[in-house]
Unconditional design. Structure first.
Length: 64
């Protein structure tokens, strides 16, 4: 149960991180911020997938 909650919070945190990064990149602008957004976006997708997978697998955080 605790691991499921942790997975959900991890996914929410990833989406929040992506949202904040998009806001910052909008404020700064330029190509460098776009690169940063893409890198953080990829990491965020990875974190969200791990969180969703943890929820689907019954909260088992499997690291291979």
């Amino acid at each position: 149960m605790i691991k499921e909650i942790f997975g959900i919070l991890l996914g929410i945190f990833g989406l929040f991180l992506l949202y904040m990064t998009l806001i910052v990149s909008e404020a700064i602008g330029g190509y460098t911020s776009a690169i940063v957004v893409l890198s953080v976006f990829g990491f965020t997708i990875l974190v969200a997938i791990i969180g969703i997978a943890a929820i689907i697998r019954g909260g088992k955080m499997v690291v291979r």
